[in-house]
Design a protein around this ligand. Structure first.
Ligand SMILES: [Fe+2]
Length: 464
């Protein structure tokens, strides 16, 4: 018989838990993988044992008699900062987990856990030389969802995490578990605001209840550092440019999460990413405008009570790509005001919705309705828009919504360097001069967000 080389041969591990059955099962798994295991059934005994011998790693429960896992972590880190400590947490112990993290606990595994979770945590703690930049790229693998907006079937189809710090996530629920309302309420009481899903699971999450094909089809082969650069630019623009004092802070934060998730999906598909890159990056007005309209479209949709994660992601993507056809228009034309364009220049400029439709239709992973928004975002409710002069009823609702965000963002931040309008004045102008052009439901939402209308107030409809 050939003896198998074990992964963790000869490493000394201290296992602390007051539950004998649990301790026995975990000890068996650890010994099978090569660890030399010493056990203790409470923190006080564990502290004494730790003082007697040299241990490579400690695994401890949090709730125990005599001395709990947090106190034990404190003791161990005071003795020897470099000994890794892994804590086993129950789902209701989120706040204790935060405290233990501050004290220096190295990893957390949720109870009950699977063998692979345990081994993954051990590998993470015992591997002393992580690959360069691993922490930066790790965050890109997750999408964030506000706990208030989290919608789940009872039996979850994916693992759920909370984030402790950059690149530090703990799994708090396994695929296949029941996520009851009580459990969600417990997280809220423990001040958890966000849940995190792996990016590939986020695609499942946004499509789980509608049965549509995932928004994004391919796994990306783009280098991570290129994506990191993209996210840094996008975040910088989002954080520094578009936050207005008029917009309630919480609404703004929640919308930026959806924008972040949308961008995360977008970068996962090479064709879509190339399309975004073609707008240029930071400093390119086309890219800045696309991000602004992405953000404000989501803000308006949420203010209107749209909650479906799939719809909100699509709204964000529609905002991002509505003007993609402009990349084919000469910059000298784009720099001009409409009034200064020659008829030929105006014809070219007004071809950008059709060009956008054509560009987006070539990408199989972009849903049809997103391409339709690009085609219809200059239609207006008076029936005098372009390219088709559609009546209000024939314009896709998402295009009517993006049109409001587009106009507002153009007024406030300019499209191609025009004179900018103060946010309050822009909102007032939208509500008076342009009121007939825009859908009143979406315009009212924008005016409420910007404080021109009071919460619950609507513009009075003038048109049918
Ligand atoms: Fe446009």
């Amino acid at each position: 018989m050939v003896s198998e080389k074990k992964e963790f041969s000869d490493l000394r591990l201290l296992l602390v838990d007051d539950d004998l059955d649990f301790r026995n099962v975990v000890q068996m798994v650890l010994e099978k993988n090569g660890f030399n295991v010493t056990t203790a059934d409470n923190g006080k005994l564990a502290a004494q044992i730790f003082g007697l011998g040299e241990f490579d790693i400690v695994i401890s429960d949090i709730r125990m008699p005599e001395m709990n896992g947090i106190q034990l972590t404190h003791f161990i880190k005071a003795q020897n900062k470099t000994t890794p400590v892994i804590l086993v947490t129950g789902f209701s112990e989120i706040s204790e987990t935060e405290e233990a993290y501050q004290l220096g606990a190295n990893a957390f595994i949720p109870k009950p856990f699977k063998r692979e979770d345990l081994l993954e945590a051990l590998r993470k703690c015992l591997n002393t030389t992580p690959p360069p930049r691993a922490t930066e790229s790790f965050d890109l693998d997750y999408c964030r969802i506000s706990l208030d907006e989290f919608i789940s079937g009872r039996r979850i189809q994916y693992n759920i995490f909370v984030r402790l710090s950059e690149a530090n996530y703990i799994k708090i629920a396994h695929m296949g578990e029941d996520l009851t309302p009580d459990r969600i309420a417990t997280y809220k009481r423990r001040n958890v605001r966000f849940l995190y899903l792996k990016k590939e699971d986020f695609k499942k999450y946004i499509t789980f209840n509608v049965g549509l094909a995932p928004l994004v089809r391919t796994a990306s082969s783009l280098p991570k550092d290129k994506k990191i650069g993209f996210f840094k630019q996008a975040n910088e623009i989002l954080l520094t440019e578009f936050s207005l004092k008029e917009i309630p802070d919480e609404a703004y934060q929640d919308a930026t999460i959806i924008v972040g998730n949308t961008l995360s999906l977008a970068t996962d598909d090479d064709d879509i990413f190339k399309m975004i890159s073609s707008m240029g990056g930071k400093g390119d007005p086309l890219f800045t405008h696309a991000l602004a309209v992405n953000l404000y479209s989501v803000l308006i949709a949420k203010e209107c009570g749209w909650t479906s994660p799939l719809t909100l992601t699509k709204v964000g993507m529609a905002g991002l790509f509505h003007d993609i056809g402009l990349r084919e228009i000469n910059k000298e034309i784009l720099d001009k005001d409409r009034e200064d364009m020659t008829p030929e220049e105006l014809r070219l400029y007004e071809s950008h919705p059709a060009r956008g439709l054509e560009l987006l239709a070539k990408i199989r992973s972009i849903p049809e309705d997103i391409a339709r928004v690009a085609y219809q975002h200059h239609e207006d409710c008076t029936g005098m828009g372009y390219p088709q002069r559609l009546s209000r009823a024939r314009i896709d609702p998402m295009a009517r919504l993006v049109a409001v965000a587009d106009q507002y963002c153009t007024l406030v931040w300019g499209r191609m360097g025009e004179t900018r309008t103060a946010p309050a004045e822009a909102a007032n102008r939208m509500g008076s001069l342009y009121a007939e052009k825009f859908d009143h439901e979406f315009l009212s939402a924008l005016l409420r967000l910007t404080g021109v209308l009071q919460p619950g107030q609507h513009l009075r409809p003038k048109m049918s």
